[in-house]
Design a binder for this molecule. Sequence first.
Ligand SMILES: Cc1cc2nc3c(=O)[nH]c(=O)nc-3n(C[C@H](O)[C@H](O)[C@H](O)COP(=O)(O)OP(=O)(O)OC[C@H]3O[C@@H](n4cnc5c(N)ncnc54)[C@H](O)[C@@H]3O)c2cc1C
Length: 466
Amino acid sequence: MTKKYDTIVIGAGMSGLAAAIRLAMFGKKVCILEKHFLTGGLNSYYKRGKRKFDVGLHAMTNFVPKGTKRKPLTKLLKQLRIPWDALELSEQKSSLIQFPSEKLMFTNDFEVFRTEIAQKFPHEIDNFNKFVQYIEEFNEVALDNKTYMAKDVAKKFIKDSQLIEMIFCPLLIYGSAWENDMDFSQFVIMFKSIYLEGFCRPNGGVRTILNLLMDKYEAVGGELIFKAEVVKVIHSGDKVKGVELKDGTILECDKVISSMGHPETMAVTQESPTITNEKSPAVGPLSFCESIACLDKKPTDFGFDHTIVFYNESDTYNYRKPETLFDHTSAVACFPNNFQHDDDFVEGEGIARITYMANYKLWKELERKVYLEHKNDLFEKSIETIKRIAPGFDANILFKDVFTPTTIERYTGHFEGTVYGSTDKLRDGRTSIEGLYLCGTDQGFLGIVGAMLSGISMANLHGLME
Ligand SMILES: Cc1cc2nc3c(=O)[nH]c(=O)nc-3n(C[C@H](O)[C@H](O)[C@H](O)COP(=O)(O)OP(=O)(O)OC[C@H]3O[C@@H](n4cnc5c(N)ncnc54)[C@H](O)[C@@H]3O)c2cc1C
């Protein structure tokens, strides 16, 4: 007999887990289907010997102190009934936007950023303050917000193009599906979550968040099946009936909430999951390579104490798919030891993570041997980048790893290894098929906190209220 659920959630990443917890918490019969053998999706983890690694996590955004009311982090913890203390959050020390002719530092105290701008762009500080006020008053999470580009709005307030480029740099690389610009609602989400709130890291990294979510999901009686790849969303008369798994299993349900991504979800509603047509949602252009270096000393031992550096070698920030395998003229450099606490890392060691924008198609067509050679080349370039960011760098490398867009595609199923999803977002989560909804990146909220909020809001709207 085929099993029947109220709702099937596709994907055990941040958004899928959060959605399923909400549904199970209110007595819905819910099952998560995850094609991988691990939770986390784009934000997963692995272990090599004694060293534990996070795949995605540089920093969790949206830091606010315990007890702060009506902010995304506290709202989501309340909805999931997870205590703030359980995350054991450690705040960033400071981050830097580093361009050739200027640097701007920011911390979790917004006044530091405001003062930096007042000192380095004094002619723009009044305009910046007006822009901040406009951002603070904007309702970025309204599900009926229209899509329009953020740089057009920013230019109405700020005239200095260098300042606009610098403000946009961290927000683009940490959350834009669009090249060189972003949807204004998404810009406001990112501005608030990075500059007005801030960066933190749970002690134990992403495992801590995932373990809390899994414990909660088990406690509320939800089901999860690993190695369960959905190859078809079954529907008739444009209404969802169930799903088919790769091994042929059919599961029935009234509703499906999918975190696979917009084009990826629509592809499994067709007869052949590989076929997409011109009406299919766009596959997002942005993907990344990342190098991870374990060092024989901590960054502070070579005189470096910023947590994250947004590094760029020209006055304009070229946030776009490069025409080469990867673009090492800009990078995000994350030094996880430079959060306030780093006692969950191997004692005495340091870690540096360098992220570059990358071209999926060029990586995809490489033969294995050449692919490995280019990964080595990327690692060497990433060490050069660290030396430019931290001139005192003199550490030895104890362990190295590199992942590319093809790694991201293999482990998450996102077409072309896209990280911030399609530019065709569905803000209210509704697809053309009744009972099939999106959550996560392609609903429009991304990052760790954003994805969880997306799962919660889609479960509340489509699974509990309807
Ligand atoms: C390198 C990198 C660094 C990042 N750094 C940060 C950071 O520092 N801070 C931050 O907040 N965010 C960061 N992010 C972004 C963040 O990871 C994502 O925005 C967020 O995790 C997205 O969650 P999601 O639930 O929308 O999607 P996903 O995590 O992609 O989850 C989708 C899940 O669906 C599963 N799935 C796909 N297809 C199928 C199928 N057919 N059947 C069954 N299951 C399927 C996948 O395996 C996956 O588990 C980073 C991402 C990357 C890649």
